[in-house]
Design a protein around this ligand. Sequence first.
Ligand SMILES: Nc1ncnc2c1ncn2[C@@H]1O[C@H](COP(=O)(O)OP(=O)(O)OP(=O)(O)O)[C@@H](O)[C@H]1O
Ligand SMILES: Cc1ncc(COP(=O)(O)O)c(N)n1
Length: 263
Amino acid sequence: MIPNVLTVAGSDSGGGAGIQADLKTMLALGVHGMSVITAVTAQNSLGVQGAWELPVEAVRAQYRSVVDDIGVQAVKTGMLASAELVETVAELIAGTDAPAVVDPVGVSKHGDPLLAASALDSVRTKLLPVATVATPNLDEVAQLTGVRVESEGELRRAAEAVLAYGPRWVLIKGGHLPGDAVDLLTDGSEEHWLRAPRHDNRHTHGTGCTLASAIAAQLARGRAVPEAVAAAKEYVTGAVAAGFALGEGIGPVDHGWRFRGDA
Ligand SMILES: Nc1ncnc2c1ncn2[C@@H]1O[C@H](COP(=O)(O)OP(=O)(O)OP(=O)(O)O)[C@@H](O)[C@H]1O
Ligand SMILES: Cc1ncc(COP(=O)(O)O)c(N)n1
């Protein structure tokens, strides 16, 4: 049986992040990808030129269509745009019997806002508590908890601050720190440090979406959280190494890097 994985996220017209990154990652990792689109962005390698969120009813209807008929073995969330959408999605996830990977997307790599400031409190109090794994980057940790991380030694404090909001596990992504690409996964009792060499490649659009979707795919395949995250980290590291130029700005990671030898 091929497991079903659902992404609840925004569309990136450039194909490097958002829904498009999620579905490509799911294909690459052998699961059936499905989508609930929360917002549409006009986006390319230079940034986000426009963003339009969908009505709550449209998001709710997409979710029900997928979950009630097809069923899901894991859910992943990305760009949720507004407090209303964050709360709706949190409620839908709470009623679904499947692990949820919550990527609390705040701003794009170019600094364009993808979540209203007024939604931060809903992320803290409604969305994080229903997460099996939350995957904030360091900017999102600072926005959500006030904790600023400037070195690897401070990742533990960031993890504790996020865990206080109730996710079962947190993966703090240290991708924006200098040196190795080090992430910390913990549930408050176990700690797993995930270390990969930093690839000196500017084409890293979509790393966060790709990692969160890869974790969801691995969970859907029945792996426990630490094994799922380790396998996902290996996949994203390869995708960053193979990231390629596109347009005039920051190109995407290569979701298909494992297939290239066979092409
Ligand atoms: N240059 C790099 N080389 C290797 N791994 C990287 C690099 N940059 C990021 N990573 C890894 O990619 C994953 C995503 O981390 P990152 O901190 O970039 O997330 P993010 O900021 O949410 O992504 P995005 O910017 O796409 O939203 C992490 O596992 C991180 O360690
Ligand atoms: C629709 C959407 N979702 C998420 C991201 C974050 O990805 P990145 O930080 O790599 O731009 C994005 N740019 N667009």
